[in-house]
Design a binder for this molecule. Structure first.
Ligand SMILES: Nc1ncnc2c1ncn2[C@@H]1O[C@H](COP(=O)(O)OP(=O)(O)OP(=O)(O)O)[C@@H](O)[C@H]1O
Length: 202
């Protein structure tokens, strides 16, 4: 079970609406710039409040007319559009930031191996390429023992080889770790390769 949501929100002059029927493990939000994709991720994470609707993930209600689960308790693993690593912390400390050890959680060594970032752990964020920084950001999200992942354009501004690496990581998260994933992309080919389900906005 994964995402089940129906959300509306007026933001400035935009009416944002999105509906996802319960179903597949990886759902892609697809649509033009300004359609409201990032805003939907923020509503699922609990960072902005919808005007109306509901959010359920894996059968658990996170938001509806009477329930509004606080951000930390939602346990979203959110990978923002820019990696947002802490510049004053080395990769290792960035990875461990927000670490939470859950029953089914992944270990630090496991995540480092999974993402192929062992050679990066003593580096500073400013010395990383875009693809490396994104892998570290995914690692940090995984180590917080997330109940689900929110990925905002994880493949943007990467060259072909790096995109391929990150797509493989996402496929393994979907198939091996079996986390529900809600992912934003602009790219139709990526959406079709990765998405069990594609939801069009805008
Ligand atoms: N705090 C805000 N106040 C007013 N308008 C906002 C606010 N946040 C977002 N908007 C507007 O809501 C719309 C949706 O923004 P959002 O960033 O969710 O779109 P998006 O689909 O993720 O776009 P992109 O693909 O460019 O990242 C835009 O028109 C944006 O200008």
């Amino acid at each position: 079970m994964s995402f089940d949501l129906d959300l509306t929100k007026r933001l400035g002059d935009s009416d944002i609406a999105c509906r996802i029927e319960p179903g597949e493990a990886l759902t892609i939000l697809f649509g033009p710039s300004g359609a409201g994709k990032t805003s939907i991720l923020n509503m699922v994470a609990g960072l902005i409040e919808p005007d109306a609707g509901h959010v359920r993930v894996g059968g658990q209600i996170l938001y509806d007319r009477t329930i509004d689960v606080p951000v930390a308790a939602r346990r979203a693993g959110y990978v923002f559009q820019e990696a947002r690593l802490f510049p004053h912390l080395r990769v290792r400390a960035n990875l461990l930031y927000g670490r939470r050890e859950g029953a089914g959680g992944l270990g630090v060594d496991e995540v480092i191996a999974f993402l192929g970032i062992a050679q990066l752990i003593d580096r500073w964020p400013r010395s990383l390429s875009g693809g490396e920084a994104r892998r570290v950001a995914i690692g940090r999200a995984l180590l917080s023992d997330p109940a689900f992942l929110l990925l905002d354009e994880p493949l943007s501004s990467l060259d072909r080889a790096r995109r391929e690496e990150i797509m493989t990581v996402i496929e393994r998260l979907r198939d091996e770790v079996k986390l529900p994933i809600l992912m934003v992309t602009h790219d139709r080919a990526e959406a079709e390769r990765l998405g069990n389900r594609i939801v069009e906005m805008g």
